[in-house]
Structures are given as structure tokens and as C-alpha cells.
Design a protein around this ligand. Structure first.
Ligand code: NAP
Length: 249
């Protein structure tokens, strides 16, 4: 069956890898991100896809993106809440504006998109919402209190909505990766290297040191788990927040 999949942050990293993992199912894709040109470019790779500029933290922008998505490919069957930012700062020195921005994009964005998608899913009596959280949603870490709070919140929302939606054919899950080899890692290694005496290679090794497998997770690994959670066979997994961290948690 050709499902309509709405992926936030679909033009890069884990979001784009997820579209690639679901493409063999014949899915239709709406890929959204703030950079409309980038999601439009990414969409060209797929047979049935379009890119829509959208800021998930902005209610009107989310409404407009879902309207455009439905006009193009009909009701939404699957929502991948993947858009996220990962700035770091010690809590005692964190600007309120930074805290608010992280919560608005990582958590409120997932709320706004879930709310926008659920009417279609309830009408169809079938749906999948996959929230790309993080192991930072399951444990703490220094300098990422806003990010940790947003991802813990995302997992809480996942568990609550899984109960609400359970009898309506809709499942809701969170996937919780450790460090994944994407642009986020490149940026994090550059930041650590600029603030310490570590080279970028040393900073990268420090980042994956927590993974008992001694490596970064790949975006393709996360994408294949997300694709499985979208399948009919994953229904009994409703509500689970699944760590993907090589055994770190
Ligand atoms: P990425 O390539 O930087 O992806 C982030 C995506 O989110 C981008 O496509 C970005 O597109 C989009 N985005 C950011 N703010 C947005 C907004 N306000 N509205 C709409 N889209 C927005 O990095 P990634 O690693 O694939 O990250 C994807 C998700 O995985 C994030 O939620 C991240 O927290 C999570 N995660 C990543 C790791 C890791 O180590 N890489 C580990 C655990 C969890 P625009 O800039 O065009 O908006």
C-alpha cells in the first residue's frame, strides 16, 4: 500500500535516510524543513515526493505545510517527528531564548505536527507516529539540559499519546539513538575542538566513547528501525521508547 509519509527534517541526516528506507514500500513523501530549497532538492531523489518549507515551531507554518501535503498526496498515514536542534551550554549560563528555542523546535514542534496529523489517522483507523528522540531522552549529560528536557518531554508525550491512540489503530513510538554520524556530529566535533585542546578526530572519538561498540550509530541503522516501527507487524510495540546506542543504555 502506498502510504503518505510526512517527515520533519526530511532533507538531511536521519530524516532523509528514513525516506530512503521507506521508499521501497512505494510510499509518497512530504519532506519538510526550514530550508525549502534543501527539502525540494532532497525530494527529487524519490519517485513520489515533494519538499515543503516549514518551521515546526510555528503553528501557522505547520498548518500551511499539512494543507500543502494533503493537497498533493492526500491524508497523512505516517508522521516522523525528526526535526531537531542540539545547541549546548552550561545551564547556569544558558539564555532563556536558547532554552525556549530548543523546547519549541524539539518538543512543541512534535506536538504541533502530531496534532495536525492525528485527524487523518483517526479517520483511517490506521496511523504511525515515530518520534526521533535520543538517549538524552532517557538519561542526562552535561551542557545539554535544554536538549535533554526536550527529548525527555518527547518520550513522555509518546507514552501518553500511545495510550490515547491505542484503540484507534494508531501507534506512537520513540526511537532513542546515541550519537549518530550526521551533520550534527560534524558541528559538535568542531565546537568541542574550538573550545578545548582536542582535535576534531579526538572530539569525535570522545563523543562515541560512551557507546560500548566504540563507534557512531549510522543514520541508516536508525532509519531501518523507524521503517520497521511503521510496519503493521510493529503494532504491539506501541508506546515503546527504543534505545539505539550499542548498549550504552
Ligand atoms: P540534522 O541533519 O541536523 O537534522 C536536523 C533536521 O531538522 C534538519 O533537516 C533541519 O532542517 C531540521 N530542522 C531543524 N529545526 C527545524 C525547524 N524549526 N522546523 C523544521 N525543521 C527543522 O541532524 P540529524 O542527526 O539527522 O537529526 C535528526 C534528529 O535526530 C534530531 O531530532 C536529533 O535531535 C536526533 N538525534 C540525533 C543524534 C545524532 O547524534 N546525530 C542522536 C540522537 C538523536 P532545516 O535546517 O532546513 O530546518
Amino acid at each position: 500500500m502506498s502510504r503518505h509519509v510526512f517527515i520533519t527534517g526530511g532533507g538531511t541526516g536521519i530524516g532523509l535516510a528514513t525516506a530512503r528506507a521507506l521508499a521501497p514500500t512505494g510510499a509518497k513523501f512530504t519532506l519538510v524543513g526550514r530550508d525549502g530549497g534543501r527539502v525540494a532538492d532532497a525530494a527529487r531523489e524519490f519517485e513520489t515526493a515533494h519538499g515543503v518549507s516549514c518551521n515546526v515551531a510555528d503553528e501557522a507554518s505547520v498548518h500551511a505545510a499539512f494543507t500543502a501535503a494533503r493537497e498533493r498526496f492526500g491524508p497523512i498515514d505516517i508522521l516522523i517527528n525528526n526535526a531537531g536542534i542540539t545547541p549546548s551550554a552550561p545551564l547556569h549560563a544558558m539564555e532563556l531564548s536558547l532554552w525556549n528555542e530548543v523546547l519549541a523546535i524539539n518538543l512543541t514542534g512534535a506536538f504541533l505536527c502530531s496534532r495536525a496529523a492525528l485527524a487523518d489517522m483517526y479517520a483511517a483507523k490506521w496511523g504511525r507516529i515515530i518520534n526521533v528522540a535520543s538517549i538524552a531522552g532517557l538519561k542526562g549529560g552535561p551542557y545539554i539540559s535544554a536538549y535533554c528536557a526536550s527529548k525527555h518531554g518527547m518520550i513522555g508525550m509518546t507514552r501518553a499519546l500511545a495510550h490515547e491512540a491505542a484503540k484507534r489503530g494508531v501507534t506512537v513510538n520513540a526511537i532513542c539513538p546515541g550519537y549518530v554520524e550526521t551533520e550534527i556530529i560534524t558541528r559538535a566535533a568542531e565546537t568541542i575542538s574550538s573550545k578545548t585542546k582536542l582535535s576534531e578526530d579526538e572530539a569525535r572519538a570522545m563523543l562515541y566513547a560512551g557507546n560500548p561498540q566504540g563507534r557512531f550509530i549510522t543514520a541508516d541503522e536508525v532509519a531501518s528501525a523507524v521503517a520497521w516501527l511503521c510496519s503493521d507487524g510493529a503494532a504491539a510495540t506501541n508506546g515503546a521508547a527504543i534505545p539505539m546506542s550499542g548498549g550504552e543504555i
